[in-house]
Design a protein around this ligand. Structure first.
Ligand SMILES: Cc1cc2nc3c(=O)[nH]c(=O)nc-3n(C[C@H](O)[C@H](O)[C@H](O)COP(=O)(O)OP(=O)(O)OC[C@H]3O[C@@H](n4cnc5c(N)ncnc54)[C@H](O)[C@@H]3O)c2cc1C
Length: 426
């Protein structure tokens, strides 16, 4: 290479300071980016402005998106057959781009594929057929069981308390599972989903709790067009408005026992592994959102003049852009690191995934607030898309577990590791 006289600008890629992407990865990233830019952004902005009761009616852009994403082949099948490290990289690249396009629609796509993914992992043809071609949801939280569902160990609970059985339970009776109760209003796709992966407390004939006060659980695939299932109205909410959310009610809903994917003895382990793997997507979503906000702020500060110059020519703005840009790269790196560990480790753990979720999303919110502040008063108006991104960013602080609470679980895990393994004794 010829040595230039002056220091040239560095080489960068679509998502920033990446230099290790293969041709195949760059091509997949580019395809996802074009889809995010040309299809998801316009649809997401249109859906954001519609009242929830109109946004997901037949004929709305929401259903056009569902049809388009299937054609693009970004479903769970895309990663099958890949080595773990390769799958971690591909998944991260694609999810980040989709979130860059619209975080609500990206979440809808991820949640929509959960029942099918779990059915495929079980290898059960009947369950796969029940889920194939249908929009899915993951139905776990309930009005009185939010963060409680994310506690894995008895000694994390408040002294004297037992596990929370919530407002929706399954009873295993003979060859049947009978469900009664309701989900929270937050189930992603809940208001319109056609099939659910239900992740709830269960009674196998001897009550809901074991001797230590832990609840028994189950994962069951439930088609949502059967007797006893009804749905609430789509939730009217602040952020991620293109993502339909809403309650699902179960009134003596009966399915055969073979619809269960995890039961009394393998539930805890399978639940933890599913959370560890599926949860990494929230970290890539944070990376995509952070990049989207950063790019808007970069463009705006290169157009807006104040103080006699373009904002971006003023040193205070350069300092602030530098701070935002550093965090964006840190979020991307953390998201990739957690995904890589989770896909490659012999025994990953959801509390490490939760640490990634907490870090990436907390930093992403601080990025978004600073980006919005760089827009001055304009940032507050609906004319500029940054206000939507801030609302979407806020929704992710709670989704899949509130960040402080997840950080607390990670701290618990670190102490446990130190006490019971060689961790931290180097
Ligand atoms: C965009 C979005 C998408 C979602 N998608 C789904 C989905 O697909 N499926 C689904 O089932 N659910 C979904 N949820 C629900 C989500 O998982 C819950 O909202 C979340 O787990 C928090 O539960 P909660 O809202 O009941 O809050 P709570 O658990 O009531 O928490 C309220 C506050 O109390 C704090 N707190 C809670 N417990 C403790 C404690 N032990 N010690 C100290 N502080 C505590 C929390 O940190 C929080 O700040 C979604 C939520 C959002 C926002």
């Amino acid at each position: 290479m010829e040595i230039p006289k002056h220091v040239p600008l560095p080489t960068t890629e679509l998502a920033g300071f990446d230099a290790d992407l293969s041709e195949e990865e760059l091509a997949a990233q580019d395809a996802a980016h074009r889809f995010a830019r040309d299809v998801m952004r316009p649809m997401g902005r249109a859906l954001d402005r519609l009242p929830a009761e109109q946004a997901y009616l037949p004929g709305s852009p929401f259903w056009d998106f569902q049809a388009e994403i299937v054609k693009m082949g970004f479903g769970p099948d895309g990663l099958i057959g890949m080595q773990p490290a390769q799958a971690a990289r591909f998944e991260g690249l694609i999810v980040q781009e989709l979130a860059w396009g619209d975080a609500g629609l990206a979440t809808s796509a991820g949640a929509g594929g959960m029942p099918l993914l779990m059915a495929k992992m079980s290898g059960d043809k009947e369950l796969i057929d029940l889920c194939e071609g249908k929009l899915g949801c993951w139905c776990a939280t309930q009005p009185d069981r939010g963060s409680d569902g994310l506690t894995l160990y008895a000694d994390e609970r408040f002294p004297g308390s037992t596990g929370n059985k919530g407002n929706l339970q399954a009873r295993f009776v003979g060859d049947e599972i009978i469900l009664n109760g309701q989900s929270s209003a937050w189930v992603s796709n809940g208001a319109v989903a056609q099939v659910a992966l239900v992740d709830i407390v269960a009674d196998y004939g001897d009550g809901f709790w074991d001797a230590d006060g832990n609840t028994f659980g189950c994962n069951v695939i439930i088609p949502l067009d059967i007797n006893g299932v009804s749905k609430g109205k789509p939730l009217e909410k602040l952020g991620k408005r293109p993502l339909p959310q809403g309650e699902i009610y179960f009134d003596n809903v009966r399915v055969p026992r073979r619809f269960a994917i995890a039961t009394r003895d393998d539930y805890e382990f399978k639940h933890a592994q599913t959370w560890a793997h599926a949860g990494t997507n929230l970290n890539h979503l944070a990376a995509g959102l952070a990049r989207a906000g950063f790019e808007l702020a970069l463009a705006y500060t290169n157009e807006r003049k104040q103080g006699g110059a373009l904002l971006s020519d003023l040193q205070l703005t350069q300092f602030r852009l530098g701070g935002i840009g550093m965090k964006v790269e840190a979020i991307k790196a953390m998201a990739r690191h957690v995904a890589m560990y989770t896909k490659c480790a012999a025994l990953p753990h959801p509390y490490f995934t939760a640490a990634g979720k907490s870090f990436c999303n907390t930093e992403m919110l601080s990025v978004m607030r600073e980006c919005m502040t760089l827009f001055g008063g304009n940032g507050l108006t609906r004319e500029y898309p940054i206000e939507k991104l801030l609302r979407d960013a806020q929704a992710q602080q709670i989704e899949d577990g509130e960040n402080n609470l997840l950080q607390m679980h990670y701290g618990f895990l670190l102490s446990r590791l130190h006490r019971e393994t060689t961790f931290g004794h180097a």
